[in-house]
Design a protein around this ligand. Structure first.
Ligand SMILES: [Zn+2]
Length: 525
């Protein structure tokens, strides 16, 4: 990925916050790398080198600046470059793929050879997959050193280092001193331990429409598992056999504040990755808006609601079950059904708090449970059982592996999962930028106007709290041929009825041309 030296240099001279997270500056004279907004004196142009990612800077031998703290830049890694494969690889690394397997294994999951994956990483991120994983750990550790009072031994595990020794060695190598010496504040340590909590900030690139996000989650909250108020999202979680809670609210600056109570510290990186997915923190809203504003239909919508995000899923299986439950019924009816499902089959939450009494049922439980008594059509109960059985058979069923077409095909092979459901899962769980639940009746109505006829009415789509939550999301935004970018308008569950209808969308209209898509949607309603 080529960075224009002069353009980057102009950005750092102006300490331009719009470029935060988009590139990093290596200072050759000091060996330090910085964010574009670093308050330190601007070095000479000939003494700086620009990197597309923190990992690239670190792999080139630079260490993170202690003043501007590169770990606090919004993490827009997934938006780099033109490759969806790289985005998928990054999200798998975020979720711990390189802790479980090597680069070869990661490449295999993506359907590539190892050398091909390395070449793509070099091209788009300027770093190797291993350097990307390593930099993530270092930056998370650094954040925890600066922002918490956790003891160093706990930070080692919470940031994904397998051992304290490895953690110490890495920091010694990078900074020439042990990690504890990087902590500036003094005072006693507060271990998180099995019962404690970790509070940390999750940064994003502004703008961020928090109100739309929390309202989306509130309307879908499952009683017993989730609790959503106007300013806080809380839920019970279960990972690798351990239970805990996470809570998210608005934080200072351009960040959300997450409170994680989880007995297993080593799960923190995966928890952060899931939270980043749920709250869509990796999106880069400025180029998205600029791209979509080229379309006359979308331009006013984008302007009226800056910072809309696509709410993601905490867990793929849970989302798939919710999607099937939501077929042909309203959002609130689906949430009620999900509550009944949880009460009947969910595991009890060992340490109930704030109305959180259960964790979402496991696939193994739902695969064998009798679901016909929940009060829904027999075929829907059969579909739920089929989804659960498929999840048991393939633990990677809901991972972002080989791309949208592959994912949709895989999901549609499950009985009761149609095009809409598969696209919806691809959108919210797999974060496929081209996913498009086009048959969503809410989306159609939103695009066509409330009566389902006539021209698009921006007021409907953009009016707050109508249930309308649209976050358009193009692909290839920073690519060499932005004009070729596939359109990917993504509008998640607009009106009250979600998932009704299932007319297949012509593939040509799904992509390529936004106006054609709008015409098609209008024609359907
Ligand atoms: Zn700096």
């Amino acid at each position: 990925m080529d960075l224009d030296h002069n353009a980057c240099y102009r950005a750092i001279c102006q300490r331009d916050a719009r470029f935060d997270g988009r590139f990093f500056t290596g200072v050759k004279t000091t060996g330090i790398y910085c964010r574009p907004v670093c308050p330190a004196r601007i070095p000479h142009s000939k003494n700086v080198i620009f990197f597309p990612t923190a990992a690239a800077a670190q792999e080139a031998g630079f260490r993170p600046c202690l003043r501007c703290r590169p770990e606090t830049a919004p993490d827009l890694g997934a938006w780099r470059g033109t490759s969806n494969t790289v985005s998928r690889a990054l999200s798998l690394i975020e979720l711990g793929a390189l802790d479980e397997a090597d680069v070869d294994g990661l490449a295999g999951r993506l359907g590539l050879g190892e050398r091909q994956l390395r070449r793509l990483f070099r091209q788009h991120l300027g770093a190797s997959p291993v350097a990307v994983g390593q930099t993530r750990r270092v930056l998370l550790a650094k954040q925890l050193i600066h922002e918490t009072r956790l003891p160093m031994t706990e930070i080692a595990f919470a940031s994904g280092f397998g051992s304290v020794r490895r953690f110490n060695e890495t920091f010694q190598e990078l900074f020439g001193r042990p990690p504890s010496e990087l902590r500036r504040t003094s005072g006693p340590d507060f271990p998180a331990g099995p019962a404690g909590e970790i509070v940390l900030l999750l940064r994003y690139q502004p703008p961020y429409d928090w109100v739309a996000m929390i309202e989306f989650l509130r309307r879908r909250a499952i009683a017993g598992v989730e609790r959503v108020t106007a300013d806080r999202y809380t839920r019970a979680v279960q990972l690798n056999g351990f239970q805990g809670t996470i809570a998210v609210q608005r934080g200072e600056g351009n960040a959300l504040r997450a409170t994680v109570r989880f007995p297993k510290l080593s799960a923190l990186p995966a928890i952060i990755a899931r939270l980043r997915r749920v709250f869509d923190l990796g999106a880069d809203p400025l180029p998205i808006a600029a791209h979509l504003a080229k379309d006359p239909t979308l331009a006013p919508l984008v302007k009226a609601r800056p910072g809309l995000r696509v709410p993601g899923a905490w867990d793929g299986f849970e989302l798939a079950i919710r999607a099937v439950l939501g077929q042909q019924i309203t959002v609130s009816a689906a949430a009620q059904l999900a509550g009944r499902l949880v009460a009947a089959h969910g595991e009890l939450f060992a340490a109930p708090e704030e109305e959180l009494t259960h964790v979402f049922p496991k696939p193994e439980v739902l695969a064998t449970a009798d679901l016909t008594s929940l009060g829904m059509p027999r075929s829907r109960a059969a579909a739920l059982s089929a989804v659960a059985a498929a999840a048991v058979a393939d633990p990677h069923l809901f991972d972002a592996n080989c791309g949208l077409d592959d994912a949709v095909k895989r999901l549609r092979a499950i009985r009761g999962v149609g095009e809409w459901t598969a696209q919806y899962i691809a959108l919210r769980q797999l974060r496929e930028p081209d996913a498009f639940p086009a048959a969503d009746i809410g989306l159609m109505r939103a695009m066509a106007g409330r009566e389902g006829r006539g021209h698009p009415r921006p007021s409907f789509l953009t009016a707050p709290m109508r249930g309308g939550l649209g976050a358009p999301m193009p692909r290839n935004i920073s690519g060499r041929q932005p004009e070729d970018a596939c359109i990917s308008i993504v509008v998640v569950s607009c009106a009250r009825s979600e998932g009704r209808d299932a007319r297949p969308i012509p593939p040509r209209s799904r992509r390529r041309d936004l106006s054609a898509l709008c015409r098609w949607i209008r024609a359907q309603t």
